[in-house]
Design a binder for this molecule. Structure first.
Ligand code: AGP
Length: 369
């Protein structure tokens, strides 16, 4: 097992650090930047289906559901196709409206999640085209889907999903870009610009990982907190949900993720000097608004841990701690902002002596209801 961990103390840490290469493996052979081509057989072979679809319904659970939420923002922005994101467990039992003009995308690392399997079964019965985004090759969902794309993240052993999330977002971004170009919503120059930016992401993930020691020091300060709040807006709202889920799962600290602007509709009542609030405050998209949310937290004595872009000055003046990530397109920023949140939950869990790779009560894949 030590050999499998490749010198890391835990699989989760290894998998966090594998993300630069995992993302490269995800787009290798698919994204040809110089030629300006995205090749995805599962989409190419059914392009008419995609171009004539009325909407996309994404079904998933847990972290994969969070990747689905990010994808909703990306698909609607780039491809202008309406997207709904559903918890597979709710979808399967609520008599959903599904037609043969719908495309159901099932996202699942393991490809074995019982609720996601049942959701695609239902979708198929109603005539929808089912596209699977799975990591495990040959898994049940990948076999039961009409078409699909593997994430190629490599084995994910830690129960807390890390590289599965970033590679799912990568696959879904490629799909959205491809479809946006095909249906005329993404101009040739925007398309190229997105490809070039996506190609820079692995190096930028590497740069984000260099904050590890700094994040460890922050973790030491907050490891005994009873609660955490995570806030983000736009493309980074699902990242806030994912950050909170990671912390809950492996450190057993109660954490909630919220869209930053929703704070004043309830969670702000929780804020006092005992409450660490992790705020994603990167430059592009709603920056000023998030800064004003940070001011509100500060005036209630909340402790602010902000994820900012390199060179940020504004948030630095207000926050108790800042963690820097490189700048990128707003749409791609979840691939970077999620990295410090993974490290934060990892270090806190280690400091609390928790079983990081196999947290209590959790299984890697939930194959029963
Ligand atoms: C993630 O950290 C969790 N362990 C869990 O939420 C997981 O993402 C969920 O069970 C879905 O699994 P899947 O991607 O294999 O379908």
């Amino acid at each position: 097992e030590q050999i499998e961990k490749g010198g890391y103390e835990h699989f989760m840490l290894k998998e966090i650090h594998e993300q630069p290469n995992a993302v490269i493996d995800t787009y290798r052979g698919r994204m040809l930047v110089n030629e300006g081509i995205i090749r995805m057989a599962g989409v190419d072979d059914h392009i008419e289906k995609f171009l004539n679809a009325n909407r996309i319904i994404i079904v998933a659970c847990g972290t994969s559901w969070h990747a689905g939420l990010v994808a909703e923002y990306i698909f609607e922005d780039l491809a202008r196709i309406p997207v709904e994101v559903e918890y597979a467990s709710e979808f399967r039992y609520r008599n959903p409206i599904i037609t043969d003009k719908d495309i159901v995308i099932a996202i699942s690392q393991s490809g074995e999640t019982a609720d996601t399997r049942a959701a695609i079964q239902l979708a198929k019965e109603k005539g929808a085209f089912v596209f699977g985004v799975c990591n495990v090759v040959g898994s049940t969902i990948s076999r039961e889907s009409d078409a699909g794309a593997y994430t190629h993240a490599g084995p994910e052993i830690g129960v807390a999903s890390t590289k599965a999330f970033t590679t799912q977002i990568t696959v879904l971004t490629l799909m959205a870009l491809k479809l946006g170009k095909a249906n005329g919503n993404v101009s040739a120059s925007d398309y190229h610009m997105h490809l070039q930016e996506l190609a820079l992401i692995p190096e930028k993930i590497k740069a984000s990982l260099t904050s590890d020691a700094h994040i460890q020091a922050i973790s030491d300060i907050y490891k005994d907190s009873a609660n955490f709040l995570y806030l983000g807006r736009g493309f980074n709202f699902p990242v806030a949900l994912e950050g909170a889920l990671k912390l809950k799962e492996i450190s057993y600290i109660h954490a909630e993720g919220y869209p930053a602007a929703e704070m004043k509709h309830g969670p702000i009542a929780l804020i006092d000097e005992q409450m660490p609030v992790v705020v994603i405050a990167t430059k592009r998209g709603h920056y000023e608004k998030v800064v004003s949310n940070i001011q509100e937290i500060k005036s209630r004595s909340g402790k602010i841990i902000a994820i900012v872009n390199e060179g940020d000055v504004h948030v630095k003046e207000l926050a108790d701690h800042v963690i820097e990530v490189p700048d990128t397109l707003e749409l791609l920023s979840p691939l970077l902002t999620t990295i410090p949140l993974q490290l934060l939950s990892y270090h806190i869990a280690v400091m609390r002596d928790c079983n990081v790779d196999q947290p209590r009560n959790l299984a890697k894949s939930v194959t029963v209801e």
